[in-house]
Design a protein around this ligand. Sequence first.
Ligand SMILES: [Cu+2]
Length: 95
Amino acid sequence: MKLLSMLAAVFLAASPAFADGDHPMTDGTVTKVDAKWNKVTIDHGPLENLDMPAMKMVFVVADPAMLDGLSEGSKVRFVADRMNGKLTVTEIEVQ
Ligand SMILES: [Cu+2]
């Protein structure tokens, strides 16, 4: 039973239809990718879960692999949250 629910969780996480999760995804445009420091600068719309208005700012990424496929000018949808005190991208997809 445990294994089955784990598999279900993996399946749900991998399915774009469920990507919204707890937080709605926010639109943004990547303006800089910093692979050395696992950071990405995003010109983003309002982030309701962080009570943040639209702005351009630097985020840490939860997983360095998230930077693959991102480049200056990429249109993205993403979720950000505070992790260990740092504003961190927890999900991101290129439009
Ligand atoms: Cu911001």
